[in-house]
Design a binder for this molecule. Structure first.
Ligand code: SIN
Length: 426
């Protein structure tokens, strides 16, 4: 058994930024199902949206709501847009190497944004941010990190969360905590074609359903328009929307343009799927080869190198692409402090449903959401933790039974609502 002040499950941007904003004298345990760098945040390419200045907040809110098909929570949208300026400044202060020109952020554009407002580190923003956060966190002596440790249940009493039960090296491990934060990410591992890490299978959502914790917008799942077309069962490699933001063109197999590349994601995905059907092809093409070759290699080194590995020189030829599952807008319902319907339990990042995204997330709003809600969550915990007692509850766990159950509870609920996506699931 382990005892902690705060237990954080998941080490993507939301989990790490929550940890970084907690008081340094708290005992914090960070747990991940795989390794510290195997998160969707680490894979993020495009960047992080931000209001450029106070005058841009309204326009940023409008773009977010329009992309979300007006299903967003307006107060949350406004709160996130307003706080975006400070969290980006903080990352800059922490040493995140954002691309700059003359010491000013070099903003890029993606689908659904009415202007350039996305800060980025070439095409590996997630890797750069996560590595900088980990560098800070691993220097804090009260933070303990456990890798290869899978959450299999929450320890609950009278609608309060007292900690979690984990599987580590085939052994059961109980971690008791005053507060528990779920930051376990999305559901892409349930889909045949997804840009997500295969380990992300919605385990926390199954546990939430089992423990009567409220979920919201369970049917809202996003498909990214452009993943690299590959005939394998591996994770789909993303071809960032920022390529389109920097001028890449979508073409069908006859070389004809068929859609405005910078519409919100759901619209571009639909246009591609229609074109694929119409032209009886497995993919369409994304072409940036009209741009200067040195510019392409310098601005998109990750994508350039991955495509070369797949026999495609993007400076000379178009990239075969098709849509793939990318993001889950639904999740555990939370308020603006990331509090769930269960006492002492919080959820941040993709596992949560804050209301920011509506039914279709605006490009590059996910890392931003993780940062803003991670910070809000930490500030709430910092205020209340000293008046909260650790409680230990002796429970018996039948591990095999639970793992088997967790695999299907969420998936079945999802299929009930989205029978149309049944064939997309594994
Ligand atoms: C991308 O780079 O296209 C993905 C960014 C996002 O998921 O918002």
């Amino acid at each position: 058994m382990i005892k902690a002040d705060v237990l954080i499950v998941g080490t993507g941007i939301a989990g790490l930024y929550t940890a970084l904003n907690l008081n340094e004298n708290l005992n914090i345990i960070l747990v991940t199902k795989s390794t510290l760098t195997e998160s969707n945040s680490y894979l993020a390419q495009g960047g992080i949206s931000t209001a450029i200045d106070l005058d841009d907040i309204n326009s940023f809110c409008e773009d977010t709501i329009k992309a979300g098909n007006y299903k967003n929570n307006l107060d949350v949208v406004k709160m996130v847009a307003t706080k975006s300026i400070d969290v980006i400044r903080h990352l800059d202060f922490l040493g995140v190497d954002f691309d700059k020109v003359n010491d000013e952020f070099s903003y890029t554009k993606e689908g659904g944004h009415s202007k350039k407002r996305i800060v980025h580190c070439k095409d590996y923003t997630g890797k750069e941010v996560i590595e900088k956060l980990l560098d800070k966190l691993t220097r804090i002596k009260n933070i303990k990190i456990l890798e290869h440790t899978t959450l299999i249940d929450l320890i609950t009493k009278d609608n309060s969360c007292l900690g979690g039960v984990f599987l580590n090296n085939e052994k059961t491990l109980k971690i008791y905590s005053k507060y528990t934060v779920l930051a376990t990410g999305g559901i892409g591992g349930l889909f045949k074609n997804s840009t997500n890490q295969r380990t992300l299978t919605g385990d926390a959502l199954s546990i939430a359903l089992k423990r009567n914790i409220k979920l919201k917008d369970v049917e809202y799942v996003q498909f990214h328009p452009t993943s690299l077309y590959q005939n394998t069962s591996k994770r789909r490699f993303l071809i960032s929307e920022s390529l389109r933001g920097e001028g890449a063109i979508l073409k069908n197999k006859s070389g004809n343009r068929f859609v405005d590349e910078l519409l919100p994601r759901d619209k571009v995905t639909l246009a591609i799927l229609n074109e694929i059907k119409k032209t009886e092809s497995d993919f369409v093409y994304l072409d940036i080869s009209h741009k200067n070759a040195d510019y392409i290699k310098n601005r998109f080194p990750l994508i350039y190198n991955e495509c070369v590995k797949n026999g495609i020189d993007i400076t000379k030829e178009a990239i075969p692409v098709r849509p793939a599952q990318h993001y889950y807008m639904g999740g555990i319902e939370v308020d603006k402090y990331a509090k769930t319907s269960m006492n002492r339990l919080f959820a941040v990042g993709e596992v949560s449903c804050t209301g920011l995204h509506g039914s279709n997330r605006l490009a590059s709003n996910s890392l931003l959401e993780g940062l803003v809600f991670g910070k809000n969550c930490a500030s709430y915990i910092n205020d209340y933790i000293y008046s909260t007692k650790l409680e230990i509850l002796d429970i018996h766990i039948n591990t095999n039974h639970i793992i088997h159950e967790n695999k299907n509870i969420f998936k079945n609920k999802f299929i009930n609502l989205r029978g149309d996506l049944k064939d997309e699931l594994i």
